[in-house]
Design a protein around this ligand. Sequence first.
Ligand code: SAM
Length: 241
Amino acid sequence: MDAKIRLYVEHPLGSGQSVPLDRAQAHYLFGVMRQGVGGAVLLFNGTDGEWRAEIVEAGKRGGVLQCNVQTKPLQMPPDLWLCFAPIKKARTDFIVEKATEMGAARIVAVQTEYTNSGRFQCDRLQAHAVEAAEQCGGTYVPEVVEMEKFARVMEGWDPARRIMFCDEALVTSASSLLSGEAVGTWAIFIGPEGGFSERERAKLNSLEHSVAVSLGPRILRADTAAVAAMTVWQQKFGDWT
Ligand code: SAM
């Protein structure tokens, strides 16, 4: 039987490797998905590619899988970070999910002056990224980084990483997106519902390693802007071709 279920595990994977399941995974696999001994599952752990594994033990509180064949090598995304100001819960979930599907290497939450969201639930959002990777066939899970203030993020910034600054103030200008720019390590910056403050815009515009771009003649919601910016970047520099 072909394996259809994909599961992320925090365990090494390799030929003949036994992989223990925790209670939640066992509940999902045996309780929800009705799998049993002899069933096949696809496993990935973010470093060893994807493996087909067979269920060799199934219980209520755990189970064991055994890897037999590698079905995909590790496919790293391009070195692109998505830096965004968290917004409302459902829209932040959407951004993390789409960034994972579209091939972000790292997801960075930035607290800007107009960021207007409650606590940033890093662990919950990391689990959301894992689910997105399970669903989209990815073999890599981007790290979701704890929220940091804009000034702190800027202080520690490596200038070798170029910034694609999505600037809603350029909404009326016809910009040729990223023209003259080269492939390399990049980060996309997306502001919150209230946009970037003047101070933040001035900072981003003052950096030699930052390029301000327009995403067209309409103001997009932050979650739409994140998807649009990743599409543009991936199309030009990424792993879509
Ligand atoms: N300041 C705007 C306002 O309140 O009218 C809205 C900000 S927009 C909802 C959120 C973020 O999406 C912006 O900070 C920017 O990074 C990005 N964005 C939205 N539309 C854009 C556009 N047309 N060009 C570039 N960036 C855009």
